[in-house]
Ligand binder design. Structure first.
Ligand code: SF4
Ligand code: MG
Length: 279
């Protein structure tokens, strides 16, 4: 065991690994997100005890137990609610929230809107495989309308949710997209997201090799570095995201909103809490 305190030794990606072995399917994109997260934390030189990873439910939401940081594997769709409470109570912590497209955009869709609007200093990573992986492959909010399966014969016929457009319209301060085929690129985006104040949303295209075996190969040929440089102008970003095909990678928007800081109420003093909640 390394007994040198974290504040005096250089941190390596391995310092963010826990002893728990991931149970993800071999080849699942989520393995790469875990590696990217560990690289990003080492690059940021954040001691594991100063980082909290909060998740909901789903394959991707298993990630907190695979890191040595504080973690909370929570309730379906409620990761952002838990993380918001944590960040308000402990603004000194770096809070990273992990989710999937089902957990984050369907069950947790309402929390997503309001987390963007509130703009607390959180980093929200959504591992998007356009499917509910843990529950055996149902279409999710980001599934293509014509994805033909036994569960949805002929496709759902529903337009997919565009999370980046929704994030921009709701007030997120940083919007980016990565692909697990480029772990270094994902790590860079996570570093950038953590460093940018306010609510940072990073969608990571993370193939499900078990229920969507078509994805890995197809996405590899479709993704590209976004050629238009990032913008801080919401109107320009909106025009660009409305025509985005879902495969432009990189930072697509970085705003200038200051993060939300709860103001102490004149009516709620520490002594109020002591008397209210004294046991
Ligand atoms: Fe990954 Fe899909 Fe397996 Fe879940 S079911 S661990 S998303 S490959
Ligand atoms: Mg999913």
């Amino acid at each position: 065991m390394n007994m040198i305190p974290t504040e005096v030794r250089a941190l390596k990606p391995a310092d963010y690994k826990s002893a728990v072995k991931p149970v993800w399917c071999p080849g699942c994109g989520d393995h790469s997100v875990l590696v990217a997260f560990q690289r990003a934390m080492a690059e940021l030189a954040l001691p594991p005890e100063q980082v909290a990873v909060v998740s909901g439910i789903g394959c991707s939401s298993r990630i907190p137990s695979y890191t040595s940081c504080y973690g909370f594997h929570g309730v379906h769709g409620r990761a952002l609610a838990v993380a918001s409470g944590l960040k308000v109570a402990r603004p000194d912590l770096t809070v990273v929230v992990a989710s999937g497209d089902g957990d984050g955009f369907s069950i947790g869709g309402n929390h997503f809107l309001h987390a963007c609007r509130r703009n607390l200093d959180l980093t929200y990573i959504v591992m998007d495989n356009r499917i509910y992986g843990m529950t055996k492959g149902q279409p999710s909010p980001t599934t293509e309308s014509d994805w033909d399966t036994a569960i949805a014969p002929g496709g759902t016929g529903l337009s997919p949710f565009h999370p980046l457009v929704i994030a921009l319209a709701s007030g997120a301060n940083f919007i980016a997209r990565g692909f697990t085929g480029d772990v270094g690129g994902c790590a860079k985006l996570i570093v950038d997201a953590v460093r940018t104040p306010g609510f940072s949303f990073v969608q990571i295209l993370s193939p499900c090799v078990t229920f969507r075996s078509d994805q890995q190969k197809a996405w590899k040929s479709l993704v590209r570095e976004a050629i238009v440089p990032e913008t801080d102008d919401p109107a320009r970003a909106a025009r660009r995201l409305m025509t985005d095909d879902g495969f432009n990678l990189g930072v697509l928007y970085r705003g200038k909103r200051l993060p939300y800081q709860p103001r102490p109420s004149a009516n709620l003093t520490p002594s109020h809490f002591e008397s209210e909640f004294a046991i």
